[in-house]
Design a protein around this ligand. Sequence first.
Ligand SMILES: [Zn+2]
Length: 311
Amino acid sequence: MPTSARILSSTALTVLLTAGAFAAAPMHKVMLLTGQSNKYHDWTKCAPMVKAHLDQTGLFAVDVVTTPAMGADMSGFHPKFSNYAAVVVVYEGDEWPAATKAAFVDYMKNGGGLVTVHDTDNAFPYWKEWNEMIAVGGWGFKADGNIGARDISAGPMIRWRDGKIVLDATTPGGATHPARHDFPIVTRAPDHPTMKGLPASWMHANDEIYSRLRGPAKNVTVLATALADKAKHPTATGEHEPMLMAISYGKGRVFHSTLGHVSTKDAPPYSSIACVGFVVTLQRGTEWAATGRVTQKIPADFPTAERTSLR
Ligand SMILES: [Zn+2]
C-alpha cells in the first residue's frame, strides 16, 4: 500500500471511530454510593449487581464510591455529588460528616437525583432532610443502639385506599415485613415516566414486603404497591404497602425502591435483585432521577401477572 493510501485509511478509521463515539447516546454520570449494611443485609452482594444492572442499559457511566467501613473514621468522606446526574445509594450505616450531609442536601435542592435501594431507607433516621427525600423509611437505630427509631414520632404511614394515597399518622407501630416470598406488585401511577408501559401487575421474586414505613411523606407519588396475603402471612398489615415511590425534593428527584433484600447468608441468584421487575424499575427510576425522563423500552423478559422472571 502506498504511503498516502495508508495515511488515508488510517484517517478513515479515526473518522469512523470518532463518529461511533459521537453516535452513542451521552452517558449520564451516576455515583453508586455504598459500603455499609446492618447485620441483616449485605452491600457487597447487592451493590455489584446494582452496578451491573445500570451498566447493562448503556446509559450510565457509573462510579462506585465506597465509604469507610462501619465504625471507621468517616471525617474524610466527602464525595463530589455535584459531578453526577444521580446518586444511587445502597447503604445503611454510620452517619456521614455534617459537611457531607449539607453538600448532599444542596445537591438535591439544586436538581440532583437520588435512588434508594431497599434497606437504604433504614439509614439516617434522625436526618430531617434525608427523611424528606425518601418520604418514608423503616426501622433505623436509636442513639442507644436499639433498632426501631422510626416509630410514630417519625410521621405517618403511607396507605393506598380506594385508589389514592391516605396518610395514617395515628396508628402506632414501626416497620415490619412478612417472610420473603413471591408477590404481585401493582402499578399505581401508570403515566409516571418510570412506570409507563409496565404491566398493571407483575410477580416479584422472593422479597420482603416492607410495611409500616414512616416519615414526613411529603411530595410523594406512589408508583407501585404490594399486598401480602394474610391467609398465608397472618402478621401482615393487610394494607397495600408502597413498594416504589417518586419524591420531589427542592428541584431534585428521588426514586425510592423498597425492593431488593439480600442478606449475608444469601447465595446466587439473589432472586430479589435478579428479578427483572427490580432490574427494570431500577434502570428506569435511575434514568428518571438523573434526567426527568425515561427512554428505555420494556424488555420481553419482564415478569407477567402470573410468573416471575430472573436475569
Ligand atoms: Zn431486607
